[in-house]
Design a protein around this ligand. Structure first.
Ligand code: PLP
Length: 436
């Protein structure tokens, strides 16, 4: 599965590069918009995370365009957890998207970047009481509740404040494993399972409360989804639940929030199923609902993943056993080795020939060669490699392990600006010694 995913990511990258877009090979080397990777590396060193503003804007436009494939209005809330870099998120906001957050830190960051409370959806399986009170007082677009104590707390808060609080309810309809993916298995820490009756009971609690009203049903059930058919099944299972509770309790739930989980754009397109085809698949199950509804999606990876590459330098070349290794300075501190990462590696300078290389980082931790292997002509010490699909869940999950979190920049045509500057050894030591 992982091997297939990796093969797909590599062929999607080759396709992306051959299309003469914002990331491309030209004159035998990799370009990010108007800047050659060689120039960037000479000037700024490696490892470095490089975002292309053109690709990011194009991904956003594609997502907005795709929403037109559905007969219902769709609001896009960018899942902030995918990338926190202010310059990146600022572009997302300027392009008119809203935001989804999973914690108080993310909420405050989103507000600093300029999102108004009514542009924010608040998720998270466990939220601090002060955070809940803050978002209620601020008047966020939607807050999805995930437990009975959370419902009880908000009920008491609404009565105390003398105000009606609108909430969404996170549910897990749990269609077959094949369709739902591994994100929220039965009995997970997220929301309320439907088959056990817990989701219906949570709806009843909200409906019975005089301080709460049920504005939305929310479901996020997978990540890296590349099957429009699985997305249709996801939507159909949520709609089925909504219809059942609406009929039984005589209520109407105006908003349906289907979460995120779409794959990376370039891989989706190489796979023959662009986002548009996912969105078009939503129309049929939604058609079963009466009246006007607002639909929400919360993509993270789709918007930012293929908009960034991590440029990294080969520090060691060796053979061990039957493997040909290249060990690079881009460590797991910026490229977390996750099961669902889609890293694909390409040399910054094109080389004729075909040899399989395994990529490891410079750190004293067992490496994961499968998601990071590639084919190229001879690779030498000091060569530069580009790790594609490095835009989502890299910086937001980065840590100072072995090395400080590296530099990140945003390229716009032939210019670049800082997104994040690596902390100096003095700054790092000051943080670690607890001094301010
Ligand atoms: C509730 C929720 N919404 C949206 C997302 C974004 O997912 P993705 O980046 O796969 O689109 C996540 C990711 O975990 C999530 O938990």
């Amino acid at each position: 599965m992982m091997r297939d995913g990796h093969r797909l990511a590599s062929s999607a990258t080759r396709r992306l590069l051959s299309r003469n877009g914002s990331l491309r090979t030209e004159g035998g080397q990799l370009w990010i918009e108007g800047l050659s990777s060689r120039e960037l590396v000479e000037r700024l060193g490696t490892p470095i995370l490089v975002y292309s503003s053109a690709r990011l804007r194009d991904n956003i436009e594609q997502a907005i365009e795709a929403t037109r494939a559905c007969a219902f209005p769709i609001r896009i809330h960018y899942a902030l957890k995918a990338c926190y870099l202010v310059g990146v998120v600022g572009l997302v906001r300027e392009a008119g998207l809203n935001v989804e957050v999973m914690s108080e830190f993310e909420y405050l960051l989103a507000r600093r970047i300029g999102f108004a409370p009514d542009q924010v959806i608040v998720n998270g399986p466990a939220k601090r009481p002060e955070f809940l009170e803050r978002v209620v007082t601020d008047g966020v677009a939607l807050m999805n509740v995930e437990s009975l104590p959370e419902i009880a707390f908000l009920d008491a808060l609404g009565r105390r404040l003398g105000k009606a609080i609108q909430v969404g309810l996170r549910i897990n309809p749990l269609p077959s494993r094949h369709l739902r993916g591994p994100f929220a298995p039965p009995g997970s820490k997220f929301g309320f399972d439907v088959p056990t009756g817990e989701a219906a009971e949570a709806v009843r609690r909200i409906v019975r409360s005089r301080a709460l009203s049920l504005r939305a049903v929310h479901c996020h059930s997978y990540t890296r989804q590349y099957s429009p058919e699985a997305h249709r099944a996801h939507v159909a299972s949520v709609v089925k639940f909504v219809r059942q509770v609406e009929r039984k309790l005589g209520i109407r739930i105006p908003v349906l929030d289907f979460g995120g989980g779409f794959g990376s754009r370039s891989i989706m397109e190489a796979n023959g199923g662009p986002l548009r085809s996912f969105i078009a698949k939503m129309t049929e199950p939604l058609a079963g609902l009466s009246g006007d509804r607002e639909i929400v999606i919360e993509p993270g990876r789709y918007l930012v993943n293929d908009a960034a590459v991590c440029l990294t330098t080969v520090l060691s070349c060796k053979r061990n056993g039957r493997r040909r290794w290249v060990l690079v300075d881009g460590g797991r501190n910026i490229l977390p080795p996750r099961k669902n990462a889609e890293y694909a590696v390409v040399p910054c300078e094109v080389r004729p020939g075909r040899m399989l290389y395994h990529v490891g980082d410079f750190l004293c931790m067992p490496s994961e060669p499968i998601p990071l292997s590639f084919v190229s002509g001879p690779i030498e010490l000091g060569d530069c490699l580009a790790v594609f699909n490095a835009g989502a869940y890299t910086f937001s999950m980065a840590q100072s392990f072995g090395e400080p979190i590296p530099n990140a920049i945003l390229v716009e045509k032939a210019e670049w600006t800082w997104l994040y500057r690596k902390r100096s050894i003095d700054e790092q030591c000051r943080d670690l010694s607890g001094h301010t």
